[in-house]
Each structure stands twice: as structure tokens, then as C-alpha cells.
Design a protein around this ligand. Structure first.
Ligand code: HEC
Ligand code: HEC
Ligand code: HEC
Ligand code: HEC
Length: 182
């Protein structure tokens, strides 16, 4: 009986860990437009608009700008806006595995560095009921971004226009708080 019991526990552990794995795998990227419908009200802080007017939403434009083209020419890159080496930090879509793009979502290459590069893939936590429950949202893929989140891209490695990164100062420049909470 004892042997059977431990066999069942092993099976159970394997089953549970694969379930957790499968769940982790099912968080997909849906794109900033999907967050806009709930996060763009002026009285709540219009997080979408702040992002859209900020540097991250314009990260793809920079790859077609003068600086990028000059750098590309000098370094044998045909088109920085199509170059994986540049896109991996300038576009959320290019930074993830294609299998993580939600077919029902709206993620585009053009949206640049969007919400989910910092907040995690939103296919599951986007539901209003989950969004309002912090613990549940965290279990559903939401990330509360910290310095580590930024340093994935704000690093000197492979980043031709790197500027020293001070988290406290930089995070203020992109602040988009929920106003009712303040
Ligand atoms: C159906 C509406 C809805 C959608 C879609 C939605 N949210 Fe939310 N979100 C909310 C609500 C409601 C809250 C809770 C607001 C509050 O606490 O006052 C919230 C809270 C948040 C918070 C703070 C949560 C916490 O617990 O710290 C973040 C971050 C967030 N949303 C990001 C996103 C992102 C990114 C997307 C798109 C991938 C998204 N939301 C899509 C409604 C939505
Ligand atoms: C997926 C990559 C990525 C992540 C993650 C990321 N950034 Fe950025 N960030 C960029 C890129 C690319 C630019 C340059 C945009 C442009 O000008 O084209 C940028 C620009 C900025 C700028 C404007 C540049 C300046 O001179 O100050 C600020 C501020 C900034 N990021 C803050 C942050 C903070 C704070 C975090 C973490 C909470 C963060 N970023 C996370 C890629 C990223
Ligand atoms: C490791 C991530 C990363 C990679 C890879 C990367 N960038 Fe960036 N890029 C950034 C960040 C972050 C910024 C914002 C500057 C900063 O704060 O470091 C930026 C800024 C820029 C800017 C704006 C600079 C300015 O001063 O206005 C241009 C142009 C640019 N990158 C072009 C490129 C090109 C071209 C490539 C590919 C050869 C590339 N980047 C690869 C992260 C990256
Ligand atoms: C470059 C990273 C980055 C991007 C892109 C980004 N955010 Fe955030 N977001 C943050 C950080 C950092 C915070 C502050 C986290 C904290 O509360 O400590 C935050 C906080 C929030 C909050 C909670 C504010 C509060 O007061 O509790 C909401 C809601 C939110 N973001 C929504 C969005 C939406 C929607 C988008 C896209 C339209 C977006 N964010 C894009 C980094 C980012």
C-alpha cells in the first residue's frame, strides 16, 4: 500500500507541475490596443495615452530615423527596422516567441515597446474581475515591473546608443499611475 501511495504522489506531482507549466505557457501577448479600452480614461490617469506619447511607443520610429540609418550604413545592416539585432529591444512583438502571440489579440510590430514588455502577457489577466484582484492578477501573468524588468533592454550589451540607466530617475519619466489610487 505504501509503495502504491508514493507512486500516486509522484504521478500527482508530475501532473501538477505539468499543469502549472501548461498554465504558464497559456499567457499570450494581446497588444496595447487591448489595454486601451480600459486604461485610457482621463480621470483614471489615461495610461494608454501617456505610453503612446512616450519613448517606448516610438521605439520603432527610431529604427527608421537618421541616427539608426547612419549606424546601419557604418555597420553593414541593410534595414534596422527589419534587423532582429535591433528589433529585439525596440519591439515587444519581435522580442518574444511567435507562439506567444495571441491570435485573437492585436499585437503589432509597430507598437514598439508596449505594455506587456513590462507588465507581462495579458491574455488572462485582462479580464476586469482578475484585474481588480491584485493577487489573482499576479497568478494570471501580471508582472509588477521593477529595475530588473528595465535592465533587460537598458543594458550596454548590443545597445549602440546606450545611456547609463538610473532606475529611480528614468521610471519617473514614464510614470502613468492610476489616479484614483493616489
Ligand atoms: C476590461 C478592462 C481592462 C483591461 C482590458 C485591462 N485592464 Fe488593467 N486594470 C483594469 C482595472 C479595473 C484595474 C484595477 C484598477 C484599480 O485598482 O483602480 C486594472 C489594473 C491594472 C494594473 C494594476 C494592477 C495591480 O494589481 O497592480 C496594471 C499594471 C494593469 N491594469 C495593466 C493592464 C495591461 C498591461 C492591460 C493590457 C494587456 C490591461 N491592464 C488590460 C481593467 C482592465
Ligand atoms: C523591451 C525593451 C525595453 C524595456 C523592458 C524597457 N525599455 Fe525603456 N526604452 C527602450 C527603448 C528601445 C528605448 C528607446 C526608445 C526610442 O527613443 O526609440 C527606451 C527609452 C526609454 C526612456 C526614454 C529615454 C531617455 O533618454 O530617458 C525611458 C525614460 C525609459 N526607456 C525608461 C524605462 C524604464 C523605467 C523601464 C522599466 C520599468 C524600461 N524603460 C523598460 C526599451 C525598453
Ligand atoms: C539591448 C537592447 C537594445 C538593442 C539590441 C538595440 N537598442 Fe536601440 N535603444 C535601446 C535603448 C534602451 C535605448 C534608449 C537609450 C538608453 O536609454 O539607453 C535605445 C535607443 C536607440 C535610438 C535612439 C537614440 C537617441 O539618442 O536618440 C536609436 C536610433 C537606436 N536605439 C537604434 C538602434 C539600432 C539601429 C539597433 C540595432 C543595431 C539597436 N538600437 C539595438 C535598446 C536597444
Ligand atoms: C517600460 C515599461 C512599462 C510600459 C511599456 C508600460 N508600463 Fe505600466 N507601469 C510600469 C511601471 C514601472 C509601473 C509602476 C509599478 C509600481 O506600481 O511600482 C507601472 C504601473 C502601471 C499601472 C498601475 C498604476 C498604479 O497606480 O497602480 C497601470 C494601470 C499600468 N502601468 C498600465 C499600463 C498600460 C495600459 C500600458 C500600455 C499602454 C503600460 N502600463 C506600459 C512600467 C511600464
Amino acid at each position: 500500500m505504501k509503495v502504491r501511495f508514493s507512486f500516486i504522489s509522484i504521478v500527482l506531482v508530475l501532473f501538477l507541475s505539468s499543469a502549472v507549466f501548461a498554465q504558464g505557457n497559456s499567457f499570450k501577448y494581446i497588444g496595447a490596443k487591448k489595454c486601451k479600452m480600459c486604461h485610457n480614461k482621463k480621470k483614471d490617469g489615461a495610461q494608454y495615452k501617456i505610453w503612446a506619447d512616450g519613448p517606448h511607443a516610438k521605439a520603432m520610429e527610431s529604427l527608421s530615423g537618421e541616427k539608426a540609418l547612419k549606424y546601419a550604413k557604418e555597420n553593414g545592416i541593410a534595414d534596422p527596422a527589419k534587423e532582429a539585432k535591433c528589433l529585439k529591444c525596440h519591439s515587444t512583438k519581435a522580442s518574444i516567441d511567435a507562439s506567444l502571440v495571441d491570435p485573437k489579440g492585436k499585437l503589432t510590430m509597430e507598437e514598439g515597446v508596449s505594455c506587456e514588455s513590462c507588465h507581462g502577457p495579458g491574455s488572462v489577466y485582462k479580464k476586469k474581475k482578475i484585474m481588480k484582484d491584485h493577487e489573482l492578477a499576479l497568478k494570471s501573468g501580471l508582472i509588477v515591473p521593477d529595475e530588473k524588468t528595465c535592465i533587460k533592454c537598458h543594458t550596454e550589451k548590443d545597445n549602440p546608443f546606450f545611456k547609463a540607466f538610473n532606475f529611480k530617475e528614468r521610471v519617473k519619466k514614464i510614470a502613468h499611475p492610476i489616479l484614483s489610487k493616489k
